[in-house]
Ligand binder design. Structure first.
Ligand code: TXA
Ligand code: MG
Length: 318
């Protein structure tokens, strides 16, 4: 549904009754449920076929709502001021007695919290007046949805209502930073580049900055299209589709080629990533070859998703 006032009212009513609603954020579409309802949270895991050990992000409308759920420290205040609303998730200690289902963080004493920068997400949170648990609205292990049609295609009747807010402008998930311990740790590269976070709170531990980025073989498969991926490919081989970046090789067929950003813009590449992978993920091709993407700025998150998508898959490809 288009996010009209009537649709938002209906969505809020569903959520307050423990049902699920998919909604747009600036990063990817989320599959939302009342974070205070164990029934709703269990329904999110079931709809995604998500393994139970992977905790969910809690979305709130503003910083004040976040502060009611978790204990802020100086670094959290500085990052919230700099990047919220926006594509940043903070892991902080939960306050005792808050009405958040223990299923959200699988018994951990922390919560991952974010204030999304999207008017539909924020209107929905205000209308529902509850924190919403919302992972990306895809089947576990598959590509994240950046259009409402992606959600409907992947989850269909498992979600009673999907709000259509158009394409997501960031296109990769939020950056996740753990501030619950002594050190600030980058848990997932995402829509806010590491450099931007480090400019506010100093060096981050983890996340591939201290070590070299992990190779696909070391990673668990995630964000995967059906076709195999071949990374760092300057050109496609016969039978392959090609995901280019910057200037693409001459003479490629339009049908088998997409370009993440002909001008070499990494933000544009992130915004196009999942939609273009989907467009090329067709059985007529043997694989999707992907051009090299620079490992800086949003390119770090793009490469992280691509490496996971290229990781060996468990079980037969379906
Ligand atoms: O952009 C996004 O973050 C999207 C949109 C919908 O908001 N959401 C999203 O959620 O990507 P999800 O559930 O797919 O990713 C949650 C990430 C996972 O990497 C999870 O392990 C981590 O956050 N996480 C959640 N709670 C945590 C906690 N208490 N401690 C450490 N990591 C946590
Ligand atoms: Mg996800």
């Amino acid at each position: 549904m288009k996010p009209t006032r009537a649709a938002l009212r209906r969505a809020a009513k569903l959520l307050r009754r423990g049902r699920l609603v998919a909604f747009p954020t600036e990063t990817v579409y989320g599959l939302g449920g009342d974070a205070g309802s164990s029934r709703a949270v269990a329904a999110i895991y079931a709809a995604k076929s998500r393994p139970g050990h992977n905790p969910l992000i809690v979305h709130v409308a503003d910083v004040a709502a976040a502060q009611r759920l978790v204990r802020f420290n100086d670094r959290a205040r500085a990052l919230a001021r700099a990047f919220w609303p926006g594509p940043l998730t903070l892991v902080l200690r939960r306050r005792p007695g808050v009405r958040i289902s223990r299923l959200v963080a699988r018994g951990l004493d922390t919560l991952a919290i974010r204030v999304a920068d999207h008017k539909v997400a924020r209107a929905l949170l205000r209308a529902t007046a509850r924190p919403l648990a919302a992972p990306s609205a895809n089947r576990s292990g598959r590509m994240s949805p950046t259009r409402a049609q992606h959600v409907v295609h992947a989850l269909g009747c498992r979600v009673p209502l999907t709000l259509d807010g158009g394409p997501c402008i960031v296109g990769v998930e939020s950056t996740v930073v753990d501030l619950a311990g002594g050190r600030a740790v980058l848990l997932r590269p995402g829509g806010v580049p590491r450099e931007a976070i480090e400019a506010v709170i100093g060096p981050l531990a983890g996340g591939g900055g201290d070590a070299r980025p992990k190779s696909p073989g070391q990673l668990a498969s995630h964000y995967a299209p059906r076709l195999p991926l071949r990374l760092d490919a300057p050109a496609p081989r016969p039978g392959e589709a090609y995901l280019a970046f910057g200037k693409s090789p001459a003479g490629l067929a339009a049908r088998s080629t997409r370009n993440l950003s002909p001008s070499g813009d990494l933000a544009a590449a992130a915004a196009n990533l999942f939609a273009m992978l989907r467009a090329l993920d067709r059985p007529e091709f043997a694989a999707i070859a992907v051009a090299p993407i620079p490992e800086r700025g949003l390119g770090v998150a793009v490469n992280d998703r691509l490496r996971r998508a290229a990781a060996p898959r468990r079980g037969a490809p379906s």
